[in-house]
Design a binder for this molecule. Structure first.
Ligand code: CZF
Ligand code: MG
Length: 310
């Protein structure tokens, strides 16, 4: 996509001015480019006038921003005023007078259907850059435990997201994830949290993993593994949005590093040779299975959100 515009103050970029449709994107960090659903709007003429969908931003700010972009992109000094109608003028002549239908969503909180504080910390860091506050199920002690009875990551992520969305009436994001070790035929997989038994600690799961690999006399080349995440976003009234992400690596022979959670001290990143627990939160959030899945989610988000607001 051709980059048309760089906003002077914010890290906002405009792409693709085709069919009178403008998509604004933001830069998530150095590597990840995502549609910024937070400053997302669509501009398309309809019989009844112009429809602008502004999500999670003040609608008039978005309109001001739109005209600033229009001026920069066209090089023309468009002016506008917004009262009952949106009036657009160029060189003191009125060029447009249209009724405006503005839909603004201001809820900047996302409920993550998890009790895992390690996952939550990662989501908080990723979403804070988009101005979102994250809650998890530990903030809602009255909500019931959702049993992970599925045989796949998607089934479990759907169970968590869709059950909690039904119960709360809110938009809910769920993550089902796990470690898949090749020589163990993909185990612990969906059973990663329970590998050493129900309510197992991270230390017990790690010890069990090392034991399994030791007993099969696994050579270093045969210790390949991947982390997998399936994310599901659900609302009571829509089909859920499902994406996944994977991170390739290998299992260490001894734990290394103090950061992260779960199997992080044993998971060696293919690219850097560091364990996930030797990375800072910001480093892990650039390459992890969860970050990759979230990037895909944010790419699909505007279109999916637009279906909801119709
Ligand atoms: O070292 C790790 N770094 C990670 O980045 C990671 N992501 C997932 N995992 C492991 O996989 C289980 C998920 O199981 P899971 O998706 O059912 O989550 P969970 O039961 O812990 O919480 P909830 O979200 O279900 O409430 C977790 O407990 C961890 O053992 C990870 N380990
Ligand atoms: Mg779980």
């Amino acid at each position: 996509m051709k980059k048309l515009y760089k906003h002077k103050k914010s890290a906002i970029f405009a792409y693709e001015l085709a069919e009178r449709k403008l998509i604004i994107q933001n830069i998530f960090d150095d590597n990840l480019e995502i549609p910024l659903y937070d400053v997302f709007f669509r501009y398309f003429p309809r019989k009844s006038g112009l429809k602008i969908v502004a999500v999670d931003e003040n609608a008039t700010d978005i309109i001001d921003l739109f005209f600033q972009i229009l001026r920069d992109v066209t090089g023309k000094a468009y002016q506008h005023s917004l009262a009952d109608k949106l009036i657009v003028s160029l060189d003191d002549k009125q060029t447009h007078s249209e009724t405006v239908d503005i839909i603004t969503k201001t809820d900047k909180t996302i409920l993550i259907a998890t009790r895992n504080e390690g996952k939550t910390r990662e989501f908080k860091e990723m979403f804070s850059q988009l101005g979102y506050t994250i809650n998890n199920l530990n903030d809602f002690p009255d909500l019931p435990e959702v049993a992970e009875t599925g045989m796949t990551f998607e089934e479990n992520a759907r169970l968590k997201a869709e059950t909690i969305a039904e119960l709360t009436g809110q938009m809910v994001l769920a993550d089902d994830s796990g470690l898949m070790v090749d020589v163990l035929g993909g185990l612990p997989g969906v059973w990663s949290a329970r590998f050493a038994g129900d309510n197992a600690t991270d230390a017990a799961n790690n010890a069990k993993l090392l034991h399994e690999l030791a007993s099969t006399a696994v050579t270093p080349e045969r210790r390949t593994a991947r982390f997998h995440t399936t994310l599901v976003v659900a609302t009571p009234e829509r089909n859920s949005l499902v994406v996944e992400g994977e991170w390739l690596g290998a299992i260490a022979t001894i734990p290394k590093g103090d950061d992260g959670f779960g199997y992080d001290p044993l998971f060696i990143d293919d690219e850097t040779g560091k364990t996930a627990a030797q990375m800072t939160l910001a480093q892990k959030n650039k390459v992890s299975h969860r970050a990759r899945a979230l990037k895909k989610l944010l790419e699909k988000w505007p279109e999916w959100l637009n279906e909801i607001t119709r």
